[in-house]
Each structure stands twice: as structure tokens, then as C-alpha cells.
Design a protein. Structure first.
Length: 76
């Protein structure tokens, strides 16, 4: 197991004010761990996308993965 995984985080929409462009997180094993390390305030529901595919908090990450954080939009 490689402990020096490098995960690139890309935030969209209102999340850009909390996450710098192309932020890198190291040694995160899951999406949930990577997001938690960002220390985001309560931002509501998020769509989590890894390498262009829908992901979940428990989705495992590999070195070089790109995690996109997209604020969920709801309407009525």
C-alpha cells in the first residue's frame, strides 16, 4: 500500500470560496477522509465525483485520482 497518495481536489460553484483551485490532499484512503481533511463548513449536500464517475464517502482513492466536489442543487 502506498501511503503517499496524491489526490487532487476540484471544487465547483459556491465551494470555490472554501477550496483553492487544484488543492492536493495526501494519503487519503477514501473520499470521506479527503473531504474531511478540507475542513469545510456545513455546506449541505455534495455530489462527489472521482475521475468523472459518481462516488460515495466510502469510495477508495488511488494515487493521482481527481475528486470533484459539486454542491447539490435542489429546487421546488
Amino acid at each position: 500500500m502506498n501511503n503517499s497518495k496524491s489526490i487532487t481536489i476540484q471544487a465547483t460553484g459556491s465551494l470555490k470560496q472554501y477550496v483553492a483551485s487544484e488543492t492536493t490532499v495526501y494519503s487519503a484512503h477514501t473520499v470521506g477522509e479527503a473531504v474531511t481533511r478540507l475542513g469545510l463548513p456545513e455546506v449541505g449536500e455534495l455530489l462527489l465525483i472521482v475521475n468523472g464517475r459518481l462516488a460515495y464517502w466510502q469510495t477508495e482513492l488511488e494515487d493521482g485520482d481527481v475528486l470533484q466536489l459539486v454542491p447539490a442543487i435542489s429546487g421546488g
